[in-house]
Write a protein that binds this ligand. Structure first.
Ligand code: PEP
Ligand code: MN
Length: 271
């Protein structure tokens, strides 16, 4: 049986539309925003930075999966309202994580794309439910998932009738402790061989360290990624989640300047 996620099922690259933008075309899509939506002021400030330096989409978590249940778990519905406001303010579409099948309808009202996080990559009931609609899904690779398992997770969404899946390499767990995860960059060209689905890279969670994010962003583009998802913050030291890996506005700007040149060198672009 030919799997829907596999190249054999669909020779041409799939192009996934989210609002007015497309994943999997010539343009490399940059998604930027804070790890978590903390307040209206913070989210709007980050949205303006994202827009100013060329991001085409906003991120921000309203439902945060936290290893420690005493840490900030997000603002929930209030966060989604803020995300929508930021989206309208800068005229960019949004992606945000849906953690729980019971929140699908709520997140659907406020965001343009669902994110399934690494910890939920094999939450099959959640994947199947998202497969029933048509809203695009950003599916992140589980921290211990093989590439085959990632593609099979996507299959659960595709098999339900939703063809709008974008994959995300966000680093995997290895013996290395110096970085938060190990960026598995060969996943990008390999997934291009195996699948027609767009694949983006999240260098923020892959490294866990802001000083490494710019290099890995550039490497991901050179490797053929269809986009990047980056955490940014105007005051990383005060961030309620993942401040260590957040790019400052000036670092995001510098990353973007060179990223545009690298994109052109491989016959793509970041507009
Ligand atoms: C995130 O992108 O907000 C996130 C929690 O990442 P991951 O699921 O890859 O850990
Ligand atoms: Mn984060």
């Amino acid at each position: 049986m030919t799997l829907l996620s596999r190249r054999e099922a669909h020779q041409k690259n799939s192009v996934i539309q989210v609002g007015s933008i497309q994943f999997g075309g010539d343009e490399i899509i940059i998604i930027a925003g804070p790890c978590a939506i903390e307040s209206k002021t913070q989210m709007i400030a980050c949205a303006k930075v994202a827009k100013q330096f060329g991001a085409k989409m906003l991120r921000g978590g309203a439902f945060k999966p936290r290893s420690n249940p005493y840490n900030f778990e997000g603002l929930g519905k209030e966060g989604l309202e803020i995300l929508k406001e930021a989206s309208l303010e800068v005229n960019l579409p949004t992606v945000t994580e849906v953690l729980d099948i019971r929140d699908i309808d709520l997140v659907d009202k406020y965001a343009d794309m669902f994110q399934v996080g690494a910890r939920n990559m094999q939450n099959f009931p959640l994947l199947k439910e998202l497969g029933k609609g048509k809203k695009p899904v950003l599916l992140k690779r589980g921290m211990s998932a093989t590439i085959e398992e990632l593609l099979l997770a996507a299959e659960h969404i595709l098999a339900g009738g939703n063809p709008n899946v974008v994959l995300c390499e966000r680093g995997i767990r290895t013996f290395e402790r110096e970085t938060r995860n190990t960026l598995s960059l060969s996943a990008v060209p390999l997934i291009k061989e195996l699948s027609h689905l767009p694949i983006i890279v999240d260098p923020s969670h892959a490294t866990g360290q802001a000083s490494l994010v710019t290099s890995m962003s550039h490497a991901a583009i050179a490797a053929g990624a269809d986009g990047l998802m980056l955490e940014i913050h105007t005051d990383p030291e005060e961030a309620l989640c993942d401040g260590k890996q957040a790019l400052l506005p000036e670092d995001f700007e510098k990353m973007m300047i060179r990223a545009k040149k690298i994109a052109l060198a491989i016959d793509r672009h970041i507009s």
